[in-house]
Design a protein around this ligand. Structure first.
Ligand SMILES: [Zn+2]
Length: 88
């Protein structure tokens, strides 16, 4: 039976962009409330030790976030402008 879970800590996985070593830059815990109680999620942010690579990655990430935010705003505006048709 295959082992479930990470056999390798994320840190030991090389960067898929530049093959450099990566490191954990921060870890945090998120508590999510659900009808059955709490769910605890463990997050860790892994960064590339290659500074140029990491900077490039963050730039792309930021651009994507901005793009998504723009799309969301656009959608919101459209839904506001659209006349509401009510069936009596
Ligand atoms: Zn890298």
């Amino acid at each position: 039976m295959p082992k479930i879970g990470n056999s390798l800590p994320d840190e030991d996985i090389l960067c898929e962009r530049c093959n450099s070593k990566r490191k954990i830059s921060k870890t945090w815990i998120e508590k999510i409330q659900n009808p059955n109680g709490f769910m605890i999620l463990y997050h860790s942010q892994i960064v590339c030790t290659n500074r140029e690579c990491q900077e490039e990655f963050e730039k792309t990430l930021l651009e994507e976030t901005l793009k998504r935010e723009k799309l969301r705003q656009l959608k919101l505006e459209r839904s506001v402008k659209r006349p509401v048709t009510k069936t009596a």
